[in-house]
Design a binder for this molecule. Sequence first.
Ligand code: OAD
Length: 239
Amino acid sequence: MKHPGIVILTGAGISAESGIQTFRGDGGLWEGHRVEDVATPEGFARDPELVQKFYNERRAKLLSGIAPNAGHEALARLQKEYSGKITLVTQNIDDLHERAGSENVLHMHGELLKARCLDCGEVSEIREQITAQSPCRLCDTKGRLRPDIVWFGEMPYFLSEIESSLENASLFIAVGTSGKVYPAAGFVEIAKYAGATTIEVNLEKTDGSHVFHRCEFGPAGKTLPRLVSQILTDPTALS
Ligand code: OAD
């Protein structure tokens, strides 16, 4: 086994070819919305209806006509066929990795299809809209559900698991992420310090490109199938 540990970090760019908007840049998801209004606990406390509407719309869109693309499928193939350990970490709140067949996806920023009760803490699957009438499935309290999404100022999920995978990684690949949001933006440094080869897959150069050993510029749906075939055929070619 030439690469005992591979850590893959995905961001909004991997889902762009499936029709989900990225966050930054022209026509990005944040355009027209202040991040402070829709992605902070303070924004939710101020105007819960606006925040629920924002995520209800995203949830409805995810469940109507969006499908995984060749990039998600390539990573699912890698998970199935690679003999070493793969840790798949995503900043994305969609379920496209799972729909492509990936397992054990670490959603460090939470999931759009989950809700959390602010009273009892229960996390439940949710496919419908969250309203003031939506009851918690465990404690039955109404109006206390929020999207189970990590907002700015909140602690991302799975950090200790991710850090330990990074510290044991031989290969780290960051796909479709602008590298503007920490702690995910710092994962490449941890992996590099641990001796991993680091590869960036992105449409274009990012602020962090210079940190990676190698950059593959182009759409993830084209780059990842090629990269995955390369890893499965001869992982040493990437070291
Ligand atoms: P961004 O929107 O910041 O960046 C998306 C990146 O994907 C950009 O660097 C694009 O160049 C690249 N990209 C676009 N299309 C691509 C394609 N087809 N193939 C490859 N790359 C492509 O999204 P993230 O970096 O994921 O957090 O954003 C990180 C976090 O910021 C999000 O998880 C979200 C946001 O605030 C929270 O909401 C907590």
